[in-house]
Design a protein around this ligand. Sequence first.
Ligand SMILES: NC(=O)c1ccc[n+]([C@@H]2O[C@H](COP(=O)([O-])OP(=O)(O)OC[C@H]3O[C@@H](n4cnc5c(N)ncnc54)[C@H](O)[C@@H]3O)[C@@H](O)[C@H]2O)c1
Length: 457
Amino acid sequence: MSERYKMEVLVIGTGYVGLVAAAGFAEAGHRVLGIDTDEAKIAKIRRGVSPIYEPGLDELLARHQASGALKFSMDLKDGIATADAAFICVGTPQGEDGSADLQYVLAVGSAIGSAMAARPADARPLVVVDKSTVPVGTAARVHAAIAARTDRAFEVVSNPEFLREGCAIDDFVRPDRVVVGCRTDHAAEVMKGLYGKFLEASGGQWLRMDPPSAELTKYAANAMLALRISFINEIAGLCEKVGANVDFVRQGIGSDHRIGKHFLNPGPGFGGSCFPKDLQALLKVGRENAHPLRALEATVEANRHQKQVLAMKVRAHYGCASGSPAPLAGRKFALWGLAFKAHTDDIREAMAMELIDSLTSLGAKVVVHDFEAMPNVKAKLGDRVDYAQDPLEACAGADALLIATEWPQYASADLGKVAGLLKAKVMFDGRNLFQPEAMAADGWTYHSIGRVSSYPV
Ligand SMILES: NC(=O)c1ccc[n+]([C@@H]2O[C@H](COP(=O)([O-])OP(=O)(O)OC[C@H]3O[C@@H](n4cnc5c(N)ncnc54)[C@H](O)[C@@H]3O)[C@@H](O)[C@H]2O)c1
């Protein structure tokens, strides 16, 4: 290894997780080779263009590609001979039966096994790291896939990733904790070498455990977060029925240190590339082990309902009779926000996509806007909706404004201008960006989530 670099790392799969990990490890002073089978993606990254939107990523990619610390290739043989660690960061989509589809992870395992011949026979064991979210037992399966093709030394480690899209770089380089499931001190030493700088900077915890516990930790973390969201969404729904305000309720419970205030924001239902599929995968593991996870089943069911809440509010407002084929025919809605949350272009399982389906199936026309996700929506929906260049353009001549993503620019929009463009001052705010009392005082018919009390804030 060159003196310039602390360690050599392969990062296989350059999506939301892999690209951030590759850039992050280069930032920490390691030499990184990012690998992907998608030729167009690799060509784009090499030109200095990030294939995904993630704040701060373009700059890191440009800086470390220019310095030579970060390179990209389609062939992992290019870096395996001298690598200390190889991170598997490919997708684990939901299979037909709900379980995590491991075909991409195992294919990478096989590819690593075949490429291992390039390593000297006396090389230190390669630390192969499962960073993809995978069910318990996957480290053992990846081990078998590699061992079937090589007699070179290696160990498979589980190192789940907890980054959040939208602040992924910060989460990666300043982690709360690094969870490492490994069986040998050599693997622990390599992992500490890779993450040591980040943990020093963040004061985060180093948590060494066995691989099955590390694998389960990731699913349990996502399940707990999803459960909190569904819980507060259900409380918000109840607030509407009983004349309470969920903002007061969440303040009241969040100030209890046993509960904490995070992840108690009511909204239009969770989406994204992780929670929905990870919950299904965990439920499947529970069923396979004759240990049904009933609280999680309820979480999933509550979220399925919550994703319909905005559409139900629209139907109720316009008095849509059930059974009528197109009760919203002739109406046009402006929809602000398409990504599953702010600061990302990711529309996987996004609530806005279900909302578009509901409104268009009731005969309405929808004009959409998002700060980053429009190209992804265009690729998926084509001309089923109209696309506005800016938030105000979406409102021109619309019957009402709907908000599905909490981009801060929407919260600071000039509502006077918005009102001037809409046919009526009607808003369905799935993210509670505005205060009900102020909106009512300004003449709006304002629907939000869980806030019907009239107590002055
Ligand atoms: N996105 C998140 O916020 C997040 C957070 C934590 C964990 N995770 C987990 O991390 C994993 C990756 O998620 P993602 O969102 O980055 O996925 P992604 O779909 O954005 O990226 C996966 C990449 O892997 C590449 N790939 C597939 N097969 C390959 C192969 N054989 N060799 C090389 N590259 C290959 C694909 O071309 C793609 O670029 C998943 O298991 C996910 O659950 C994701």
